[in-house]
Design a protein. Structure first.
Length: 183
């Protein structure tokens, strides 16, 4: 390879690396998969049939929710390379104002919000689907509720705060926003 060809090659490689996980303002929200999973029989009972009208985005609920108070929170599944708690009906959501990275720009896991990691702490919440005894349901949320990364959901439940101010919502109902409405 000649010196000139090598210089062009390295310049292109550097430019591609610099683009990384950048999100253009006009790019559509990427979807994790083209198929929509379905809920299990047990999970179907937890799904809300109508979208709650009182939902607030994650950042607003984080700011205003009191420990033990009722909340209705709106967010997109993500916030880490693996937003799921294996073997449990628990996952993280991110405020919909944050844009996930786009796979076409070199990001293989856009739901990790690698382009917005500095904004995640104030825009992320943990969701735990609980049973009647208050324990986290012992079935993976993806199978229980038919969820996937980057889906927009509305969760009804109780706020739980830890000492650091992190927000967990103990979910009693989940509404999956149709993909055509969440873009």
């Amino acid at each position: 390879m000649s010196k000139g060809t090598w210089t062009v090659f390295m310049s292109l490689a550097f430019a591609a690396a610099m683009v990384g996980c950048g999100q253009s303002a006009t790019a559509p929200v990427p979807q994790a998969a083209n198929t929509t999973p379905t809920a299990s029989a047990a999970g179907a009972a937890l799904l809300l049939h109508e979208q709650p009208t009182d939902a607030k985005p994650v950042a607003d609920v984080r700011e205003s929710a009191e420990d033990g108070g009722d909340v209705t929170i709106l967010g997109r599944i993500g916030g880490g390379t693996n937003p799921w708690v294996e073997g449990r009906a628990a996952f993280t959501i991110v405020d919909p104002k944050l844009n996930p990275c786009h796979p076409s720009e070199g990001c293989p896991t856009p739901w990790d919000y690698c382009c917005s990691t500095d904004q995640l702490p104030k825009n992320r919440a943990m969701i735990k689907v609980v049973d009647t005894a208050g324990g986290t349901v012992e079935e993976d949320a993806r199978k229980l509720l038919g969820l996937k990364e980057l889906q927009t959901v509305v969760i009804k439940g109780k706020a739980k705060r830890d000492e650091a101010g992190n927000l967990t919502v103990l979910a009693s109902g989940v509404f999956i926003v149709p993909e055509t409405e969440s873009k």
